[in-house]
Ligand binder design. Structure first.
Ligand SMILES: NC(=O)C1=CN([C@@H]2O[C@H](COP(=O)(O)OP(=O)(O)OC[C@H]3O[C@@H](n4cnc5c(N)ncnc54)[C@H](O)[C@@H]3O)[C@@H](O)[C@H]2O)C=CC1
Ligand SMILES: O=C(CO)COP(=O)(O)O
Length: 620
C-alpha cells in the first residue's frame, strides 16, 4: 500500500471510530423511552448519561489528535514541510451541512461552525476506506464493490488533501466542544449539557440516515449495526472486555475498531503530574510507589514530622512497609497546603472511621475541582452509611470523587507483584483518568461506574475475613474453610445487590476477588484479627496494634441487612463475636451448621426469622 493509501486508511479508521463512538452515544440516548420522557420534561440526561457521552467524545477527540500527529510524523518522514495542523484557511464552495453532503454523497467542505462535517465524512470515507481495508485484509470484498466506490478509491491527491483539511477543522471544532462539555459536566449543569449534546444527537441521526442510503456492503451494514447494538447496551467502562471483542472478532475491520475503542495500552504513558497521597500508612505508601513508578511527582501528606523526614531522607517507611525503598520522585510533608499545591489527583488512604472527620477538618484546603480518590475500605459507623456518603457529606459541596478497591496487599504492590484493582466513579471520565494515571504493567486498574458495588465489595469482605481468621485459628480444615468462603460470597452478594450494587461488580475484583485475598491471605489484618481472638487476645489489644476495618464495619453491615430485610447469619455471627455476645469457638456452629436446612440459593428474609424487623426498607 502506498503512503497515500496508508494515510487514507488511517483517516478512515479515525472517522469510523468517530462514527461508531458518536453512534454509540446517540443510540444510548435515543433508545431509552424513560430518558425521552425526561427530555420532554426539560432535563434531558442524567449525570451518568452525560458522563458516558463525555467519555465517548473524549475518545473521539483523542483519536482525532492522534490522527493529526500521525499525519505530521508521516510528512516529516517524507521530508515534507510540516503542515500547520490547526491553521488551515476555511475552504470555499462545496456542501455546508452534513445532510446536504450525505444526500449528495460527497464529503462537505468543513467550516469552523459545522461539526456536522464529521458524520458526512464518515459516511463517505467508510465507503472507500472501510471497503479498501476489507479488500486488503480478507480479499473477499472485491466482488462486492460497486463501480462508484472504485472510482472514489482512485481519488486525486488534491481531493484527499481537501478532505484532510476538512477533517482538521472538524477536529478543532470537536475539541472546542469537548472543553465546553467538560465545563458543563463539572458544574453538573445537566440542562445546558443536554443542549450541547442535542447537536451531537442530530448529527448522529443525519449520519444514520445517510449511512443507510449509502451503505454498499453487507459488511459495512453489519459493522454499523453490530457496534451500535453492542455499545448501546454496554457500560462504556466495559468496552474493553474480552466478551465484547470476541463477539465481533471475526472481522478484521471490526476488531480494529474495538482496539481503537479500548482505553489505551495497559502501561498508558501519561504526562507526569503531581499526585497527592493523604496518609503515610501501608496503603498510602503503596499508592505513592505505584504512582511514582509511572513518573508522577508524588507527595505524601503525613501527620508525624518524623515520618515525613524518614520518607524524604531515606525513601523508606519502615514502620509500615519495612525493607522497601520508594522511588526518588516520592516526597512527604506535614504541610497539607504544600501537599495540595497544583495537584492533579488526591489519593485518600486513611482508615475509614477517621476519613469523614479528616475531610471536614481540612476541606477548605482541598481544591473543589480536584479529583478525590478514596482507597479506604469500610462502612461508616457514626452515620451508619456508606463511607463515600459520609465523606461527600463531609465535603459539604460537590467534589469529583472515586473509589479504588480490589485485592491488593500494600506489601505486594510495593514489591511489584502484579496486582489488579478497580476504580469506580459516577463520572466515568474520572475513573478513566485515575486508570490512565496509575496503571502500569504491575498495577492494572479497571474502570467502573458502579460506585456502590465497588465500595460495598471492599468494605463487606472485611468482617467476613475476620470469620475466616476465626476458622483458621480454631484449626478447622479446608472443607470448613471452603464452605465458609462460599457461604460468605453468597451473603456478600445478597447484601450488596440489595443495596444497589451490580452482581457483576460483586463477582469481580472488589467483591469475591478481595474476599479471596483476605480470607486466605496471611497478610490480612482482618483475618489475623480472627486468629488472634481465638488465641485469647482482647479486641482492644488488637485494635490498638493495627487497623482492622472489619470491626466497625461488621456493626454497620448488620444494620444494613436489617434495613434490607435479609437474614445473613455469617455477618450477624461475626458481629456477635466481636461485640462479645458469642464466643469464637461457637462461630462455625452458629453461623453455618445449625441453620434450618434449605436450598443452596435461598436467602431467608429477616422478617421470617425475626418478626420484629418486619416492614423495614432497604436504606439505599
Ligand atoms: N494495607 C493494605 O494492604 C490495604 C489497605 N486498604 C485500606 O486503606 C485504608 C488505610 O489502610 P492502611 O494504610 O493499611 O492503614 P495503616 O494503619 O497502615 O495506616 C493508616 C495511616 O493513617 C494515619 N492516620 C490515621 N488517622 C489519621 C488522621 N486523623 N490524620 C492523619 N493521618 C491519620 C496513620 O497515622 C497511618 O499512617 C484502610 O481503609 C484499608 O482498609 C486498602 C487496600 C489494601
Ligand atoms: O483490603 C486489603 C487488601 O485488599 C487489606 O486487607 P486487610 O485490611 O485485612 O489487611
Amino acid at each position: 500500500m502506498g503512503d497515500d493509501g496508508a494515510k487514507n486508511v488511517l483517516l478512515a479508521m479515525a472517522f469510523l471510530t468517530a462514527g461508531a463512538s458518536l453512534g454509540a452515544l446517540a443510540s444510548i440516548l435515543m433508545t431509552q423511552k424513560a430518558r425521552r420522557e425526561k427530555r420532554r420534561a426539560g432535563r434531558a440526561f442524567t449525570p451518568e448519561d452525560t458522563t458516558a457521552i463525555a467519555f465517548h467524545i473524549a475518545k473521539l477527540s483523542q483519536q482525532l489528535a492522534l490522527e493529526q500527529q500521525q499525519q505530521q510524523q508521516q510528512h516529516q518522514k517524507q521530508g515534507h514541510q510540516q503542515e500547520p495542523s490547526m491553521a488551515y484557511p476555511l475552504q470555499d464552495g462545496g456542501s455546508s451541512t452534513a445532510s446536504e453532503a450525505v444526500s449528495s454523497g460527497e464529503p462537505p467542505l468543513a467550516s469552523a461552525e459545522t461539526v456536522d462535517g464529521t458524520q458526512a465524512q464518515v459516511a463517505s470515507l467508510v465507503e472507500q476506506e472501510g471497503s479498501k481495508d476489507e479488500l486488503a485484509s480478507n480479499g473477499k470484498g472485491a466482488s462486492q464493490k460497486t463501480s462508484a466506490s472504485t472510482q472514489k478509491v482512485a481519488e486525486s491527491p488534491s481531493e484527499v488533501a481537501r478532505k484532510r483539511r476538512g477533517f482538521v477543522e472538524t477536529a478543532k471544532a470537536v475539541l472546542e466542544r469537548e472543553t465546553e462539555i467538560d465545563q458543563y459536566r463539572r458544574n453538573d449543569d445537566v440542562d445546558a449539557f443536554a443542549d450541547v449534546l442535542s447537536v451531537y444527537r442530530t448529527q448522529y441521526q443525519n449520519w444514520r440516515k445517510g449511512k443507510h442510503r449509502g451503505a454498499t456492503t453487507t459488511h459495512e451494514r453489519m459493522l454499523t449495526k453490530g457496534l451500535t447494538r453492542h455499545l448501546s447496551h454496554v457500560d462504556p467502562a466495559d468496552i474493553d472486555t474480552p466478551e465484547l471483542s470476541r463477539s465481533s472478532s471475526k472481522d478484521s475491520l471490526t476488531t480494529h475498531l474495538w482496539q481503537q475503542l479500548n482505553l489505551g495500552p495497559s502501561n498508558a504513558s501519561q504526562k507526569p503530574v503531581k499526585i497527592t497521597v493523604v496518609g503515610g500508612g501501608a496503603y498510602g505508601t503503596a499508592m505513592a510507589a505505584a504512582a511514582a513508578r509511572n513518573g508522577h511527582n508524588v507527595i505524601i501528606y503525613v501527620r508525624r514530622r518524623e515520618l515525613a523526614r524518614e520518607i524524604k531522607l531515606t525513601r523508606r517507611n519502615d514502620q509500615y512497609l519495612p525493607g522497601h525503598e520508594l522511588p526518588g520522585n516520592v516526597s512527604a510533608t506535614v504541610d497539607l497546603k504544600e501537599a495540595l499545591l497544583n495537584t492533579e489527583l488526591i489519593i485518600h488512604a486513611l482508615p475509614a472511621q477517621r476519613s469523614p472527620d479528616w475531610i471536614r477538618e481540612h476541606r477548605d484546603l482541598i481544591p473543589p475541582n480536584v479529583l478525590y480518590c478514596s482507597t479506604a475500605k469500610g462502612l461508616h459507623l457514626a452515620t451508619q452509611s456508606l463511607l463515600s456518603t459520609a465523606m461527600l457529606e463531609a465535603f459539604g459541596r460537590p467534589q469529583p470523587f472515586a473509589v479504588l478497591s480490589g485485592p491488593s496487599f500494600a506489601k505486594e504492590i510495593v514489591a511489584k507483584q502484579p496486582t489488579s484493582v478497580v476504580v469506580a466513579s459516577k463520572q466515568l471520565a474520572d475513573a478513566v483518568k485515575i486508570q490512565r494515571l496509575m496503571s502500569s504493567t504491575t498495577f492494572r486498574i479497571y474502570a467502573s461506574q458502579d460506585t456502590v458495588g465497588v465500595e460495598l465489595g471492599g468494605a463487606l469482605k472485611n468482617p467476613l475475613a475476620i470469620g475466616a481468621g476465626l476458622i483458621e485459628g480454631l484449626g478447622f480444615g479446608i472443607n470448613t474453610m471452603s464452605a465458609y468462603v462460599t457461604r460468605s460470597s453468597a451473603e456478600l452478594t445478597s447484601l450488596a445487590i440489595a443495596m444497589g450494587g451490580k452482581p457483576e461488580t460483586i463477582a469481580g475484583l472488589s467483591g469475591i476477588g478481595d474476599l479471596m485475598l483476605t480470607a486466605f491471605g496471611d497478610l490480612s489484618r482482618n483475618r489475623s484479627c480472627g486468629v488472634r481472638l481465638v488465641k485469647g487476645e482482647s479486641l482492644e489489644e488488637i485494635l490498638a496494634s493495627t487497623t482492622v476495618e472489619g470491626v466497625p464495619t461488621a456493626k454497620v453491615a448488620v444494620a444494613f441487612t436489617e434495613s434490607c430485610n435479609l437474614h445473613l447469619p455469617i455477618f450477624r455471627t461475626v458481629n456477635n463475636i466481636l461485640s462479645g455476645k458469642l464466643k469464637p469457638e461457637d462461630f462455625v456452629v452458629t453461623a453455618m451448621m445449625t441453620r434450618p436446612l434449605s436450598t443452596e440459593t435461598h436467602v431467608s428474609p429477616l422478617s421470617e426469622v425475626e418478626s420484629s424487623h418486619l416492614g423495614k426498607q432497604c436504606i439505599l
